[in-house]
Design a protein around this ligand. Structure first.
Ligand code: EPZ
Length: 421
């Protein structure tokens, strides 16, 4: 298994281009199952989760032609479509559950593996199943598979999510595109990957879809979609990660390829810790400060609150702050896997239920570390960059799931990082 060898401390300086968004690409790729003709998706990030999703789509009987050079893919429905999403693929990538809605809506049946849980939590799919049931889907669960079907077609209706869920919102939107009549979904997740990218993609394909409230969407079902080409947005969490890298290394970074207006909350928090930030149309210029101020209380929330996917990265930054900070993780029940590893580098962090109390002024000393999940792993990379001496980060396949060429991007910014296979 690959590992990273990082020699710190380094400053992060120069310019970095943000790759396409993993979490915008996954639902848009799931939506390609709804098309009869070829559909082209551009600016896909070259990361393992995208490989897995494309493998899943091809296993269903779609022709997948990938152009690695420009990160685009053309997907064409072939004659015989299978409607089984296998455990071997879904177990490595939970977003495989997003195939359920489109398959049932378009092909009237689906057999999809229950997604495995993961380290950050049990991650049930009850909201997915309930909303699809309300649209008319019938299902049974046997031997770890969801066997779903409908007699004639899904029927549009008004549904309010009991809790905000990114994946369940995406599954419901995809299914509603082929439900009869009007569907209104209330209490939706409104991450930009949904409210902008997935919505714009479906609009362009001819779905009458419209946000009629902050968290309320209205969709009229259609019979078929237009063949289109669409380029996905930049990756919001990769962008936030590089902002933290600059903030914690007294760096000076120009980050291109992402609309800064979509991460106002995070940028305001970084300014509170002392970073100097200038924003342009599609670029952020961030200069880290020598003294990093603490944040007394920071809690993760659904968008447009502070995102859980940046919690680990901000914790690493706050270890370097002048005083004590508290982070409350309100989205997942077990998303502090990075804490034990940060403590191996010298961090002083106390966990009390879903709160982490972070003493500042940490001088990280290089050590051998273990990645656990995608965002925890990148937090270890950030800590290793500022640590004195050599750090080894094991099991970086977690990182390869969601960060494209991260060691190449960091090396170009002055970080002493090597991948050891
Ligand atoms: C998406 O996961 C993202 N994944 C996650 O990013 C992100 O952390 C999460 O949204 C929250 O923003 C993708 O977009 C592929 P949820 P998802 O449904 O859809 C509970 C990354 O690093 N819940 O909004 O699974 C759930 O357990 C990944 O890129 C139910 O109880 O998140 C969690 O506690 C990690 N029942 C909360 O809701 C359900 O049916 C929010 O989950 C669904 C969710």
């Amino acid at each position: 298994m690959d590992k990273f060898l990082i020699k710190g401390p380094c400053k992060v300086k120069g310019q970095v281009n943000i790759s396409g968004s993993k979490n915008a690409s996954l639902p848009i790729l799931a939506a390609t199952l709804l098309f009869d003709k070829t559909v082209e998706i551009k600016n896909l990030p070259r990361v393992r989760d995208i490989d897995t999703m494309l493998e899943l789509i091809s296993s269903l009987g779609f022709l997948v032609r990938r152009n690695y050079k420009n990160g685009s893919v053309k997907i064409t429905r072939l004659k015989k479509i299978k409607t089984i999403a296998s455990y071997s693929l879904v177990k490595t990538m939970r977003a495989g559950i997003l195939l359920l809605g489109p398959l049932v809506a378009k092909y009237k049946k689906a057999k999809t593996s229950l997604p495995g849980g993961c380290l950050i939590g049990a991650r049930p799919i009850n909201y997915h199943l309930n909303v699809l049931k309300k649209l008319g889907m019938q299902y049974s669960i046997k031997k770890g598979y969801i066997n779903a079907y409908i007699k004639t077609s899904l029927v549009g209706t008004t549904i309010k999510f009991p809790k905000i869920s990114v994946g369940a919102t995406e599954n419901a939107i995809l299914a509603s595109c082929f439900a009869k009549g009007k569907t209104i979904l209330k209490n939706c997740a409104i991450e930009p990957e949904i409210k902008k990218d997935l919505t714009n993609f479906l609009l362009k394909a001819g779905v009458p879809i419209k946000w009629i409230g902050k968290r309320t969407i209205q969709i009229y079902g259609v019979k078929k979609l237009k063949s289109i080409s669409y380029s996905v947005m930049g990756d919001r969490i990769e962008c936030g990660t590089f902002c933290v890298a600059a903030a914690m290394t007294e760096g000076n970074l120009r980050i291109k390829g992402f609309n800064p207006k979509l991460i106002k909350t995070e940028l305001n928090l970084l300014k509170k810790t002392g970073a100097k930030i200038k924003i342009y149309k599609n670029e952020i210029h961030i200069i880290g400060s020598k003294k990093i101020k603490n944040i007394k209380f920071l809690q993760t929330k659904e968008y447009d609150g502070f995102p859980t996917d940046l919690q680990a990265q901000f914790m690493t930054l706050l270890c370097k702050a002048e005083g004590r900070s508290v982070i409350s993780e309100n989205i997942f029940e077990n998303r502090f896997m990075h804490v034990a590893e940060l403590k191996r580098l010298g961090a002083k962090i106390l966990i009390k239920k879903n709160k982490a109390i972070i003493e500042g002024k940490t001088k990280f000393e290089g050590a051998e570390l273990m990645s656990s999940d995608l965002r925890a792993s990148v937090a270890l990379v950030l800590a290793a960059i500022v640590a004195n001496g050599i750090s080894i980060i094991n099991r970086i396949y977690h990182l390869d799931r969601g960060y494209e060429n991260i060691e190449k991007k960091l090396s170009k910014l002055g970080v002493n990082i090597k991948r050891i296979s």
